[in-house]
Design a protein around this ligand. Sequence first.
Ligand code: WTA
Length: 662
Amino acid sequence: MSNKDAPSESSLEAKTRYYGHKLMECWRRSFEDLENFWSGVAENLSWYKRWDKVLEWNPPFAKWFVGGAINASYNVLDVNLKKGLKNKVAIFWEGEEGATRTLTYYQLWKEVNKFANVLKRLGIKKGDRVSIYLPMVPELPIAMLACARIGAIHSVVFSGFSASALADRINDAEAKLLITADGMYRRGKALSLKGTADEALSQTKTVEKVVLVRRAGIQDVPVTKGRDYWWDELMKEAEPYCEPEPMEATDPLFILYTSGTTGKPKGVVHSTGGYLVWVWATLKWAFNPQPDDIWWCTADIGWITGHSYVTYGPLLHGLTQIMYDGAPDYPAPDRWWEIVERYGVTAFYTAPTAIRMHMKFGEEWARKHDLSTLRILGSVGEPINPEAWKWYHDVIGNKRCPIIDTWWQTETGGFMISPAAGIDLVPLKPGSATFSLPGVQAEVVNEEGEPVKPFERGYLVILAPWPGMMMTLWRDPERYISTYWSKFQPNKKLEFKIQPPAIYYTGDYAMKDDEGYFWLMGRADDVIKVAGHRIGTAELESAFVSHPAVAEAAVVGKPDPVKGEAIVAFLILKLGHQASEDLKKELVMWIRKSIGPVATPDEIYFVQSLPKTRSGKIMRRVLKAVVSGGQLGDVTTLEDASSIEEAKMAVEMLKRAMEERR
Ligand code: WTA
C-alpha cells in the first residue's frame, strides 16, 4: 500500500513528518499540553465532579483525573438515554443455536438498574468483589455494568477456564458473589457450567451467594438452598431504578486476571476514570465510530478485548453492536459472514488466529455473502502475518477497508499502537501496527535499555504513563513494580516526555523500520499466545508437576500456522512411571481440568533431562529453538555463557528423544 505521493527525501524525520502530520501534532500535544489535552478528551464523558489534576505521577504509580467523580454505568447508559438514543439498539445478540435477542439502550438500562438492585439485596456493597463466570450472554455485560453502577468491582473469568482456575481467581479477589449459568453451548452441545462452578466453590471460602443465569436449558441443575438463586427469579422482584454511585476516578472498576511469567495469574486492576477515558479515546481514534455503525468485536468478554471493546467502549460511544455466543464455524464455516451480512456489520474486529482459520476454510465461504457494508476491519491479540493481513484486506474487506492492527495488553486497558482512522490514517503496511497513539510514548530498546537502530529487534517499552494503564496488581504492588517497571532503568539515551522517568516493560519484542513504523514480533518472555489467548508457561508447568507421575516440566510455545502458537511440554517422569500414549492422554485431560480447555497441550515429550543453567533455571528459549527448528546459536547468545555447552548437549538429547518418539 505504498503511497504514490510519498516525499522523496530520504531523511527519517521528513518521512515521519509526512506520515500523518495531524497524528503527529495530536501526539505532540498529548505530552506538551498534557493538562489541556486530557481535559479536552475527558470532557466527552459525564463527570459528577471535575478532576482537580489530570495526572499525579509517583513512578510507577499514576493517578489520573485526581479528585474527579464518575460512574461507568451512568456513562454508558443514562447518558445515552439523555442523548436521545433511548430506542437505539445497543446489542443484537445471537446464540449459536440460533436464538436472538435485541436490547435497546433503554432495555439495557432497565436490566442493569434492576440487577444493580439485586446485587444490593444480596448484600453487595461498594468495593466488594463479584466474580462473573458466564458465556457471551447479555447478562454478562449487564452484570458488569450493574457492579459498576453500585461501585462493586467485577472480576470476569473466561468461561473456558477450569474449576481450579476459577477458584484461584475467586480466592485471590476474595469475591463475595459468583454469577454463572446453568451451562453454555459449544458446537451444538450443551456443556454444564454450574457443575464446574460448584467444584470451584468447594475450594473457596469467600463466596456467600451465587446467581444463576438460565442459558443452556440444562436439567436438574444442582441448587444449594440459601446460596444459589436464579437470575430471572431475582429480577422479577427487583426495583426498577438504582441511583448510580459516584466513584472516585481512581477507584477500581475491575480486576482482570492475566498470565505472567511466574506464579499464579496476576490481578490487573483498572481504574474507573482513566480507564473510561482511555477506552473512549482509543476507540474513537483507531476506528472513528459513526452513529450508524454496526460494531462487532468477536472477542469473548472474559478477556480484556471484550471488556474494553464490547462492554465499555462501544456503549460509551452509543454504538449498536453484535454479540455472538458460539463457535465461529458452527454449523458451517460461514457463520460469521452470514451474521455480517444479516446485520450489515460495518466495523469488524477480530484476531489473526480467526482470520487464519477462515483462510484455511477457503474464501468461498466469505464470497457467499454480501460483505459490502464493512468499512473498517481490526486485528488484535498477536502479530498478524502479512499473508493473513492481505487475505483479510482483500477477501473480507474487498480491498476497500483499512486494517486497524491494534497492539495492546490487558495491562494497558486499551489500544496503544494502532493506525488512527479517527485522527489521520497513515499509509498501512501489512503486518505493522504503525505508530503509537497520542499519549503513548513507545520505544524499542536493547538489553541495556538503549534505543536500537531501525530494523533491529529489541524490547518494546513505554516511557510515560497513560490514562488507561493499570493502577497496580490486586493486593500485590511489589509484583506490579518488579514485573513491569524494573527490567530497565532510565538512562540518558532515552528522552522522557513525562517526569519523573520510568520504563514500563511490555514483555514484547518489536522493531521500528526506517520510517518509524512499529512491527510487533511476539513475546520476549515466557507467556504463550495460543489462538490469541494469553497463557503462562509457569501455570502450565505447575499444573503438570501437580500430576503424580510428573517430576519436572518445561513448557514452550511452538509456531503454529493457525493458532499462532501451540503448547508443547517436555516432561521428566518420576521413578516408577512409564512413558506411554495413555499417560499422554491422561496428562492432556489433567491440564484441561486444571487450567481449562483453552490450555490444551498440542505435544507432550517425555525426556530424561531438561536444559538448565548452572543455577538450575530451565532454558525455555533453547527448547523453543528445538521445537521450532530455530537457530540455536541465535538463542544461546542470550543466555549465560557458561550454560551454552550444557544447553547444546541437552538439546541434542532432546532431539534424539523426539526422534525416537516419532
Ligand atoms: C500480544 C490482548 C502483535 C502481545 C489485547 C501482547 C499483539 C499480548 C497485538 C497481550 C498486535 C496483542 N500485534 N501482538 N496487534 N495485540 N498482542 O493481555 O504479545 O491478552 O503483549 O491483551 O498480546 O495480550 P492480552
